[in-house]
Write a protein that binds this ligand. Structure first.
Ligand SMILES: [Zn+2]
Length: 407
Protein backbone atom coordinates (compact mmCIF):
# COMPACT_ATOMS: atom_id res chain seq x y z
CA UNK A 1 0.00 0.00 0.00
CA UNK A 2 1.18 3.49 -0.78
CA UNK A 3 2.27 5.54 2.24
CA UNK A 4 -0.14 8.34 3.12
CA UNK A 5 1.98 10.07 5.72
CA UNK A 6 5.53 11.34 5.55
CA UNK A 7 7.90 13.03 7.96
CA UNK A 8 6.40 14.28 11.26
CA UNK A 9 3.27 12.29 10.36
CA UNK A 10 2.31 14.93 7.75
CA UNK A 11 0.01 13.94 4.87
CA UNK A 12 2.06 13.25 1.72
CA UNK A 13 -0.56 14.77 -0.53
CA UNK A 14 -0.48 18.54 -0.12
CA UNK A 15 -3.80 20.37 -0.32
CA UNK A 16 -4.83 23.94 0.33
CA UNK A 17 -7.97 25.15 2.02
CA UNK A 18 -10.45 26.48 -0.53
CA UNK A 19 -11.18 29.56 1.58
CA UNK A 20 -7.82 30.63 3.03
CA UNK A 21 -4.13 30.02 2.27
CA UNK A 22 -3.51 27.29 4.86
CA UNK A 23 -2.28 23.89 3.72
CA UNK A 24 -3.12 20.51 5.25
CA UNK A 25 0.38 20.24 6.80
CA UNK A 26 -0.38 22.61 9.68
CA UNK A 27 0.17 20.95 13.06
CA UNK A 28 -2.22 21.67 15.93
CA UNK A 29 -0.91 22.86 19.31
CA UNK A 30 1.50 20.33 20.76
CA UNK A 31 1.98 19.22 24.30
CA UNK A 32 5.45 20.73 24.32
CA UNK A 33 6.82 19.04 27.42
CA UNK A 34 6.47 15.66 25.68
CA UNK A 35 7.74 16.80 22.28
CA UNK A 36 10.55 14.60 20.86
CA UNK A 37 12.10 14.64 17.40
CA UNK A 38 10.07 11.57 16.35
CA UNK A 39 6.72 12.78 17.73
CA UNK A 40 3.95 12.55 15.10
CA UNK A 41 1.76 15.61 14.86
CA UNK A 42 -1.98 16.03 14.66
CA UNK A 43 -2.61 18.28 11.69
CA UNK A 44 -5.47 20.60 10.82
CA UNK A 45 -8.30 18.71 9.17
CA UNK A 46 -10.25 19.61 6.03
CA UNK A 47 -13.90 18.78 5.44
CA UNK A 48 -15.30 17.11 2.29
CA UNK A 49 -15.59 20.50 0.60
CA UNK A 50 -11.89 21.20 1.21
CA UNK A 51 -12.44 23.82 3.92
CA UNK A 52 -10.05 23.87 6.90
CA UNK A 53 -11.12 23.65 10.55
CA UNK A 54 -10.06 27.23 11.24
CA UNK A 55 -12.23 28.59 8.41
CA UNK A 56 -15.15 26.46 9.52
CA UNK A 57 -14.78 27.81 13.02
CA UNK A 58 -14.56 31.39 11.67
CA UNK A 59 -17.88 30.71 9.91
CA UNK A 60 -19.41 29.40 13.13
CA UNK A 61 -18.21 32.46 15.00
CA UNK A 62 -20.52 34.59 12.89
CA UNK A 63 -23.49 32.90 14.58
CA UNK A 64 -22.30 33.71 18.09
CA UNK A 65 -24.49 36.05 20.14
CA UNK A 66 -21.76 38.38 21.43
CA UNK A 67 -24.12 40.21 23.75
CA UNK A 68 -24.84 36.94 25.50
CA UNK A 69 -21.12 36.12 25.63
CA UNK A 70 -20.40 39.49 27.20
CA UNK A 71 -23.03 38.76 29.84
CA UNK A 72 -21.13 35.52 30.58
CA UNK A 73 -17.94 37.56 30.94
CA UNK A 74 -19.58 40.00 33.34
CA UNK A 75 -20.81 37.07 35.41
CA UNK A 76 -17.34 35.55 35.45
CA UNK A 77 -15.80 38.87 36.53
CA UNK A 78 -18.45 39.28 39.24
CA UNK A 79 -17.60 35.83 40.54
CA UNK A 80 -13.85 36.48 40.78
CA UNK A 81 -13.65 40.23 41.46
CA UNK A 82 -12.03 41.14 44.78
CA UNK A 83 -12.44 44.43 46.55
CA UNK A 84 -10.16 43.70 49.48
CA UNK A 85 -6.96 44.98 47.90
CA UNK A 86 -5.86 41.71 46.32
CA UNK A 87 -5.40 41.06 42.63
CA UNK A 88 -8.20 39.03 41.08
CA UNK A 89 -7.03 38.09 37.58
CA UNK A 90 -3.67 37.06 36.15
CA UNK A 91 -3.01 38.37 32.64
CA UNK A 92 0.02 36.80 30.97
CA UNK A 93 1.92 38.48 28.16
CA UNK A 94 5.07 40.19 27.03
CA UNK A 95 3.49 43.39 25.72
CA UNK A 96 2.08 42.26 22.35
CA UNK A 97 -1.18 43.76 21.11
CA UNK A 98 -3.39 40.94 22.44
CA UNK A 99 -2.11 40.92 26.00
CA UNK A 100 -2.19 44.74 26.03
CA UNK A 101 -5.84 44.75 25.06
CA UNK A 102 -6.78 41.93 27.45
CA UNK A 103 -5.28 43.62 30.50
CA UNK A 104 -6.55 47.07 29.61
CA UNK A 105 -10.13 46.08 28.93
CA UNK A 106 -10.35 43.92 32.07
CA UNK A 107 -9.13 46.75 34.24
CA UNK A 108 -10.81 49.76 32.67
CA UNK A 109 -14.03 48.33 31.30
CA UNK A 110 -14.78 45.38 33.59
CA UNK A 111 -13.35 46.86 36.76
CA UNK A 112 -11.02 43.95 37.53
CA UNK A 113 -7.64 44.15 39.26
CA UNK A 114 -5.22 42.44 36.90
CA UNK A 115 -1.72 41.36 37.79
CA UNK A 116 0.44 41.04 34.69
CA UNK A 117 2.90 38.18 34.53
CA UNK A 118 5.61 37.85 31.94
CA UNK A 119 7.67 34.94 30.69
CA UNK A 120 10.00 37.12 28.65
CA UNK A 121 11.33 36.37 25.18
CA UNK A 122 14.90 35.11 25.00
CA UNK A 123 15.84 38.10 22.87
CA UNK A 124 13.54 41.11 23.02
CA UNK A 125 13.51 43.25 19.88
CA UNK A 126 13.94 46.95 20.52
CA UNK A 127 10.29 47.57 19.58
CA UNK A 128 9.16 44.66 21.76
CA UNK A 129 10.92 46.07 24.80
CA UNK A 130 9.41 49.52 24.26
CA UNK A 131 5.93 48.04 23.88
CA UNK A 132 6.40 46.08 27.08
CA UNK A 133 7.28 49.34 28.87
CA UNK A 134 4.23 51.06 27.36
CA UNK A 135 2.04 48.25 28.64
CA UNK A 136 3.21 48.77 32.21
CA UNK A 137 2.99 52.53 31.81
CA UNK A 138 -0.73 52.15 31.11
CA UNK A 139 -1.16 51.46 34.83
CA UNK A 140 -0.28 47.89 35.72
CA UNK A 141 1.91 45.94 38.11
CA UNK A 142 3.93 43.11 36.66
CA UNK A 143 5.97 40.11 37.71
CA UNK A 144 8.55 38.97 35.19
CA UNK A 145 10.37 35.69 35.60
CA UNK A 146 13.88 36.14 34.33
CA UNK A 147 14.81 32.59 33.45
CA UNK A 148 18.22 31.19 34.35
CA UNK A 149 19.90 32.57 31.23
CA UNK A 150 22.45 29.80 30.91
CA UNK A 151 19.68 27.22 30.96
CA UNK A 152 17.32 29.14 28.67
CA UNK A 153 20.05 29.58 26.14
CA UNK A 154 20.98 25.91 26.31
CA UNK A 155 17.34 24.87 25.86
CA UNK A 156 16.82 27.24 22.91
CA UNK A 157 19.92 25.84 21.25
CA UNK A 158 18.89 22.22 21.96
CA UNK A 159 15.32 22.82 20.79
CA UNK A 160 16.71 24.21 17.55
CA UNK A 161 19.34 21.52 16.96
CA UNK A 162 17.18 18.57 18.07
CA UNK A 163 13.69 19.66 16.98
CA UNK A 164 14.23 22.61 14.63
CA UNK A 165 11.96 24.44 17.07
CA UNK A 166 13.92 27.31 18.67
CA UNK A 167 10.79 28.90 20.13
CA UNK A 168 9.95 25.86 22.25
CA UNK A 169 11.42 27.12 25.58
CA UNK A 170 9.34 30.29 25.16
CA UNK A 171 6.15 28.36 24.37
CA UNK A 172 6.63 26.15 27.43
CA UNK A 173 6.63 29.16 29.70
CA UNK A 174 3.89 30.90 27.78
CA UNK A 175 1.59 28.01 28.66
CA UNK A 176 2.81 27.00 32.13
CA UNK A 177 3.93 30.22 33.73
CA UNK A 178 0.57 31.95 34.27
CA UNK A 179 -1.09 28.91 35.93
CA UNK A 180 2.04 28.61 38.10
CA UNK A 181 1.73 32.25 39.19
CA UNK A 182 -1.96 31.74 39.82
CA UNK A 183 -0.99 29.14 42.42
CA UNK A 184 1.79 31.23 43.89
CA UNK A 185 -0.37 34.35 44.33
CA UNK A 186 -3.62 32.55 45.05
CA UNK A 187 -5.40 34.25 42.14
CA UNK A 188 -7.55 31.54 40.55
CA UNK A 189 -8.61 33.36 37.39
CA UNK A 190 -6.12 33.47 34.50
CA UNK A 191 -7.13 35.32 31.33
CA UNK A 192 -5.37 35.08 27.98
CA UNK A 193 -6.38 37.23 24.99
CA UNK A 194 -6.95 35.20 21.90
CA UNK A 195 -7.41 31.48 21.65
CA UNK A 196 -4.71 30.10 19.39
CA UNK A 197 -6.74 26.89 19.08
CA UNK A 198 -9.00 28.82 16.69
CA UNK A 199 -6.29 28.59 14.08
CA UNK A 200 -6.43 24.86 13.61
CA UNK A 201 -7.01 22.73 16.68
CA UNK A 202 -10.03 20.47 16.99
CA UNK A 203 -13.16 22.62 16.94
CA UNK A 204 -14.33 21.25 20.31
CA UNK A 205 -11.40 23.10 21.93
CA UNK A 206 -12.81 26.42 20.73
CA UNK A 207 -16.30 25.87 21.97
CA UNK A 208 -15.42 26.31 25.59
CA UNK A 209 -14.00 29.39 27.27
CA UNK A 210 -11.13 27.56 28.96
CA UNK A 211 -7.82 26.12 27.86
CA UNK A 212 -7.50 22.36 28.17
CA UNK A 213 -5.27 21.68 31.22
CA UNK A 214 -3.39 19.01 29.24
CA UNK A 215 -1.30 21.85 27.75
CA UNK A 216 -0.02 23.17 31.07
CA UNK A 217 -0.62 20.57 33.73
CA UNK A 218 0.42 16.97 34.30
CA UNK A 219 1.63 14.66 36.97
CA UNK A 220 4.78 13.39 35.36
CA UNK A 221 8.03 11.94 36.56
CA UNK A 222 11.29 13.58 35.60
CA UNK A 223 11.87 10.77 33.13
CA UNK A 224 8.75 11.63 31.18
CA UNK A 225 9.46 15.33 30.72
CA UNK A 226 11.50 16.26 27.67
CA UNK A 227 12.80 19.80 27.11
CA UNK A 228 14.52 20.80 23.88
CA UNK A 229 14.44 17.12 22.92
CA UNK A 230 16.45 16.13 26.03
CA UNK A 231 14.87 14.19 28.95
CA UNK A 232 14.82 16.39 32.07
CA UNK A 233 16.63 13.67 33.98
CA UNK A 234 19.59 13.95 31.58
CA UNK A 235 19.63 17.74 31.85
CA UNK A 236 20.33 17.24 35.54
CA UNK A 237 22.60 14.21 35.35
CA UNK A 238 24.69 14.98 32.28
CA UNK A 239 24.43 18.73 31.81
CA UNK A 240 24.64 19.91 35.40
CA UNK A 241 21.37 21.89 35.54
CA UNK A 242 19.39 22.03 38.77
CA UNK A 243 15.83 20.97 39.32
CA UNK A 244 15.08 24.37 40.89
CA UNK A 245 15.84 26.12 37.59
CA UNK A 246 14.17 23.49 35.40
CA UNK A 247 10.89 23.51 37.26
CA UNK A 248 9.69 26.72 35.60
CA UNK A 249 9.54 24.80 32.30
CA UNK A 250 7.60 21.86 33.74
CA UNK A 251 3.86 21.34 33.60
CA UNK A 252 2.07 22.48 36.73
CA UNK A 253 1.00 20.00 39.37
CA UNK A 254 -2.74 19.30 38.97
CA UNK A 255 -3.27 19.05 42.76
CA UNK A 256 -1.96 22.58 43.29
CA UNK A 257 -4.28 23.84 40.56
CA UNK A 258 -7.19 22.16 42.23
CA UNK A 259 -6.31 23.56 45.64
CA UNK A 260 -6.32 27.15 44.32
CA UNK A 261 -9.15 26.52 41.86
CA UNK A 262 -7.12 27.81 38.92
CA UNK A 263 -9.09 28.22 35.72
CA UNK A 264 -7.53 29.45 32.46
CA UNK A 265 -9.83 31.44 30.15
CA UNK A 266 -9.64 33.27 26.84
CA UNK A 267 -11.10 36.70 26.43
CA UNK A 268 -11.57 35.79 22.75
CA UNK A 269 -14.37 33.46 23.80
CA UNK A 270 -16.33 36.30 25.43
CA UNK A 271 -15.48 39.25 23.19
CA UNK A 272 -15.17 39.16 19.41
CA UNK A 273 -11.43 38.99 18.90
CA UNK A 274 -10.04 40.46 15.70
CA UNK A 275 -6.23 40.83 15.60
CA UNK A 276 -6.38 44.04 13.58
CA UNK A 277 -8.81 45.57 16.08
CA UNK A 278 -6.60 44.49 19.00
CA UNK A 279 -3.82 46.39 17.31
CA UNK A 280 -5.96 49.53 16.96
CA UNK A 281 -7.10 49.15 20.55
CA UNK A 282 -3.50 48.86 21.80
CA UNK A 283 -2.45 51.95 19.81
CA UNK A 284 -5.41 54.02 20.99
CA UNK A 285 -5.17 53.10 24.67
CA UNK A 286 -1.43 52.73 25.27
CA UNK A 287 1.79 53.85 23.59
CA UNK A 288 1.94 50.57 21.65
CA UNK A 289 3.79 50.99 18.36
CA UNK A 290 4.07 48.76 15.30
CA UNK A 291 7.35 48.33 13.44
CA UNK A 292 8.26 51.05 10.95
CA UNK A 293 8.70 48.46 8.22
CA UNK A 294 7.12 45.13 7.34
CA UNK A 295 8.28 42.01 9.14
CA UNK A 296 10.54 39.73 7.12
CA UNK A 297 8.61 36.77 5.78
CA UNK A 298 5.36 38.72 5.72
CA UNK A 299 3.77 42.08 5.00
CA UNK A 300 2.49 42.83 8.52
CA UNK A 301 3.98 45.31 10.97
CA UNK A 302 2.42 44.52 14.30
CA UNK A 303 2.13 40.73 14.87
CA UNK A 304 4.68 38.74 16.89
CA UNK A 305 7.27 41.50 16.90
CA UNK A 306 8.61 41.15 20.49
CA UNK A 307 11.01 38.26 20.16
CA UNK A 308 13.89 37.95 17.70
CA UNK A 309 13.52 34.17 17.88
CA UNK A 310 10.07 34.53 16.27
CA UNK A 311 11.79 35.42 12.98
CA UNK A 312 13.56 32.04 13.11
CA UNK A 313 10.43 30.30 14.30
CA UNK A 314 8.45 31.20 11.18
CA UNK A 315 11.39 30.29 9.00
CA UNK A 316 11.54 26.82 10.58
CA UNK A 317 7.78 26.25 10.15
CA UNK A 318 8.28 27.09 6.48
CA UNK A 319 11.01 24.45 6.24
CA UNK A 320 9.07 21.76 8.13
CA UNK A 321 5.49 22.39 6.98
CA UNK A 322 5.75 24.77 4.02
CA UNK A 323 3.98 27.40 6.15
CA UNK A 324 5.71 30.72 6.70
CA UNK A 325 4.67 33.92 8.42
CA UNK A 326 2.82 35.28 5.37
CA UNK A 327 0.71 32.10 5.24
CA UNK A 328 -0.24 32.47 8.92
CA UNK A 329 -0.97 36.19 8.50
CA UNK A 330 -2.94 35.94 5.26
CA UNK A 331 -5.06 32.95 6.32
CA UNK A 332 -6.10 34.79 9.49
CA UNK A 333 -6.83 38.03 7.60
CA UNK A 334 -8.86 36.22 4.94
CA UNK A 335 -11.00 34.60 7.67
CA UNK A 336 -11.55 37.97 9.27
CA UNK A 337 -12.58 39.51 5.96
CA UNK A 338 -9.60 41.91 5.77
CA UNK A 339 -8.24 40.58 2.46
CA UNK A 340 -9.39 38.19 -0.29
CA UNK A 341 -7.90 34.75 -0.97
CA UNK A 342 -6.39 36.04 -4.25
CA UNK A 343 -4.65 38.87 -2.41
CA UNK A 344 -3.50 36.36 0.19
CA UNK A 345 -1.95 34.09 -2.44
CA UNK A 346 -0.12 37.02 -4.02
CA UNK A 347 1.29 38.02 -0.61
CA UNK A 348 2.36 34.44 0.15
CA UNK A 349 4.10 34.19 -3.21
CA UNK A 350 5.91 37.44 -2.59
CA UNK A 351 6.96 37.13 1.07
CA UNK A 352 6.52 33.65 2.55
CA UNK A 353 9.65 31.89 3.75
CA UNK A 354 11.97 34.88 3.35
CA UNK A 355 15.26 34.21 5.12
CA UNK A 356 15.36 35.88 8.59
CA UNK A 357 18.30 38.14 7.76
CA UNK A 358 17.50 40.85 10.28
CA UNK A 359 18.11 38.79 13.41
CA UNK A 360 19.92 35.68 12.21
CA UNK A 361 23.27 36.80 13.60
CA UNK A 362 21.87 37.78 16.99
CA UNK A 363 19.97 34.50 17.27
CA UNK A 364 22.90 32.33 16.18
CA UNK A 365 25.21 34.16 18.59
CA UNK A 366 22.67 33.56 21.33
CA UNK A 367 22.46 29.84 20.55
CA UNK A 368 26.23 29.56 20.18
CA UNK A 369 26.10 28.25 16.61
CA UNK A 370 27.46 29.52 13.31
CA UNK A 371 25.20 30.60 10.45
CA UNK A 372 26.48 27.55 8.54
CA UNK A 373 25.21 25.35 11.40
CA UNK A 374 21.86 27.10 11.10
CA UNK A 375 21.70 26.21 7.40
CA UNK A 376 22.85 22.62 8.03
CA UNK A 377 20.20 22.13 10.71
CA UNK A 378 17.30 23.45 8.68
CA UNK A 379 18.35 21.29 5.74
CA UNK A 380 18.35 18.25 8.03
CA UNK A 381 14.74 19.01 9.01
CA UNK A 382 13.50 19.95 5.54
CA UNK A 383 10.49 17.77 4.84
CA UNK A 384 11.31 15.68 1.74
CA UNK A 385 7.78 15.49 0.37
CA UNK A 386 7.52 19.30 0.36
CA UNK A 387 10.85 20.32 -1.13
CA UNK A 388 12.99 19.72 -4.19
CA UNK A 389 16.35 21.10 -5.24
CA UNK A 390 16.31 22.84 -8.61
CA UNK A 391 19.54 24.21 -10.07
CA UNK A 392 21.12 24.11 -6.62
CA UNK A 393 18.21 25.97 -4.94
CA UNK A 394 15.51 24.56 -2.68
CA UNK A 395 11.97 25.10 -3.94
CA UNK A 396 8.59 24.11 -2.60
CA UNK A 397 7.12 21.33 -4.74
CA UNK A 398 3.54 22.42 -4.14
CA UNK A 399 3.27 26.17 -3.62
CA UNK A 400 -0.22 27.62 -3.36
CA UNK A 401 0.16 29.73 -6.49
CA UNK A 402 0.51 26.52 -8.50
CA UNK A 403 -2.41 24.75 -6.80
CA UNK A 404 -4.26 24.28 -10.11
CA UNK A 405 -1.54 21.90 -11.22
CA UNK A 406 -1.73 19.47 -8.30
CA UNK A 407 -4.93 19.96 -6.24
ZN1 LIG B 1 -9.09 27.72 5.69
Amino acid sequence: MEDLFGRYGLPLKVRFCKRCTMNNQRPSSSIEFKNKSDTSKRVISFDDDGICEACKYAEKKKQIDWKERERELIELCNKYRRNDGRYDVIVPGSGGKDSVKAAHILKYKYNMHPLLVTWPPALYTERGRKNFESWLNAGFANFTYNQNRKLHRFLTRSAFLNLCHPLQPFILGQKNFAPRMSILFDVPLVMYGENEAEYGNAIEENEKPTRDPKYYSAELSLKEIVLGGIPAVDLIKHFGFKLSDLEAYFPVNPYDLERVGTTVHYLGYYIKWHPQESYYYAVENTDFMPNDYRTEGSYSKYSSIDDKIDWLHYHTTYIKFGIGRATYDTSQEIRNGDITREEGIALVKRFDGEFPNEYIEDCCDYMGITIQEYYDTIDKFRTPHLWEKKYGKWELKYPIWKEDTFC
